[in-house]
Design a protein around this ligand. Sequence first.
Ligand SMILES: Nc1nc2c(ncn2[C@@H]2O[C@H](COP(=O)(O)OP(=O)(O)OP(=O)(O)O)[C@@H](O)[C@H]2O)c(=O)[nH]1
Ligand SMILES: [Zn+2]
Length: 365
Amino acid sequence: MEDEDDCPELVPIDTQPAAPAQQIPVTIITGYLGAGKTTLLNYILTEQHNKRIAVILNEFGEGSALEKSLAVSQAGELYEEWLELRNGCLCCSVKDNGLKAIENLMEKKGKFDYILLETTGLADPGAVASMFWVEAELGSDIYLDGIVTVIDAKYGLQQVKEEKADGRINEAARQIALADLTIINKTDLVNEEELNRVRDTVRSINGLVKIVETQRSRVELSEVLDLHSFDDEDGAKFAEKLQLVKPTRSHLDKTILTVTFEVTGDLCEEALNAFIQDLLWEKKFRNKEGEPMTVIRLKGIVSLAGKAHQVMLQGVHELYELNETPQLWEANSRINRLVFIGRNLNKDILQEHFISSVVLNTGQK
Ligand SMILES: Nc1nc2c(ncn2[C@@H]2O[C@H](COP(=O)(O)OP(=O)(O)OP(=O)(O)O)[C@@H](O)[C@H]2O)c(=O)[nH]1
Ligand SMILES: [Zn+2]
């Protein structure tokens, strides 16, 4: 028997390797069971486009948590490989095998232009997303382009509202919180009023997300691909977008919502790192009820002391990044703008912590 750590050999086919260089975008497609993820993938693959798209399905085989299928479709041909997982855990399995498998595949078949990865309905896409994000940092061939969450217009609401045992985060709500784009699918099954309710609920969770509505997941490709949700190519657009974010008010108890605030003044970079780490890693901040604040997605434009350029803050799951953008601050307009999506968030408490620990007194040196 072969070493378990090894990836299975992938089907060799005759294609000449594409020209090297250039990172390949990966879009993570998530959504609750039966929402229409596979329908979306099939739709994208059959649409007219000039891309070589690899599709990775991360699904556990029926009756066995030890297998998942890796299906790669290209120009209508479908290859399937079964990868052994040692421990039923998706993020680890993707980390141990999935990425290697993708890389092996690219070595053998030449590069793809795009990768779509469908996660299982119950997986935490945050873990998967942060893994691809880290890989890009480490010089991998792949970078995370965006997270797309498909929602069932008919059953989505019910799925989001379901209370989980032991106070665990509702997965359907978490998937919406993480998303850059949500696709409310199966609109044929609901009336306008029901659709409005779904839309409002999505908005109540995630104040940043873009929403489209579909039947059979038929969406403009340009709405799904090349979102560049995690790069800082265009700091200006990013800052503009943050300005439009409205805080959300939850319809439901204990659910996830969006909190945003603006603060003037320069920030101490070290203290900012400590603040974010306390928030994301240590879960040190608590709301009025004493429950720990949990942040799922974090974005911001910040003004670091001594830096002429705007700095973009991005966070997913437990990972975050601060990157200088090409945008220069205009005189007297250095405003820090932060957006937090998560659970048990209290804006006033967060803002107070932020001001007292991170903001330097202007004028004081
Ligand atoms: N009525 C209706 N049915 C749809 C629509 N889109 C998809 N479906 C059906 O819904 C079912 C589930 O769709 P899938 O694309 O397999 O959903 P999925 O999210 O990949 O499901 P899992 O992988 O099992 O979590 C299928 O029977 C689809 O044909 C739609 O817009 N309207
Ligand atoms: Zn599916």
